[in-house]
Design a protein around this ligand. Structure first.
Ligand SMILES: [Ca+2]
Ligand SMILES: [Ca+2]
Length: 196
């Protein structure tokens, strides 16, 4: 028996199985797959694709709140509540129940495209809410941190899902800020694990 930490479960963001509540904001694959129309404002982030795993990523569009000066409209370009808008789903097989820390590799250009929520099987627990990025603008950056009243840049390792039974699970992300850009996510039971 290997009692040590297991290897993380790594998932490409563009390999989602579906999305819903996506009439106002929708996740787009960039670059657009063969035959699909190109995404209107993909150009400004063209550079991002070069550093993306599998040469591809997803972005939540349209992005109407790009700077702090742009009007914040709840239910349109901002969703403080998890599980309400632009829910994207990934089927993941969990062998070993436990506490899984969720890391996401994201590309943020400013202060209004750097937040997201994570949930599981239609549930949106407190510790999946308000994943936050501050450092590393205009680069791909792994993060596992929760925005709080006191720490707007996020408290590290406070984003996790407690999984009680083995089997097939739906890991889901929902919008907090439009324009969010995501390459991969990973799940690990090892609190000390740090992605590259
Ligand atoms: Ca935005
Ligand atoms: Ca990717």
């Amino acid at each position: 028996m290997n009692a040590g930490p297991q290897a993380p479960i790594v998932v490409e963001a563009e390999s989602f199985s579906g999305q819903r509540e996506d009439d106002v904001r929708q996740w787009h694959v960039i670059p657009a797959p063969d035959g699909a129309p190109a995404v209107a404002d993909a150009d400004q982030r063209k550079q991002a694709a070069e550093g993306a795993s599998n040469g591809s990523y997803i972005r939540l569009l349209p992005d109407t709140r790009r700077t702090h000066g742009d009007k914040l409209i709840r239910g349109e370009n901002f969703s403080p509540e998890a599980g309400k808008m632009a829910i994207i789903s990934y089927s993941v097989h969990i062998e070993t129940p436990g506490r899984y820390y969720v890391w996401v590799r994201a590309f943020s250009t400013g202060s209004e495209d750097n937040g997201i929520h994570v949930g599981i099987d239609g549930e949106w627990p407190e510790h999946g809410q308000r994943m936050q990025w501050c450092q590393g603008k205009n680069t791909w950056r792994w993060q596992c941190a929760q925005r709080t009243e006191k720490q707007h840049c996020g408290v590290p390792m406070e984003i996790y899902l407690d999984i009680e039974t083995p089997g097939k699970k739906m890991i889901e992300f929902s919008m907090r800020e439009d324009g969010f850009t995501m390459d991969q996510f990973l799940l690990t039971t090892d609190k000390n694990f740090r992605p590259e």
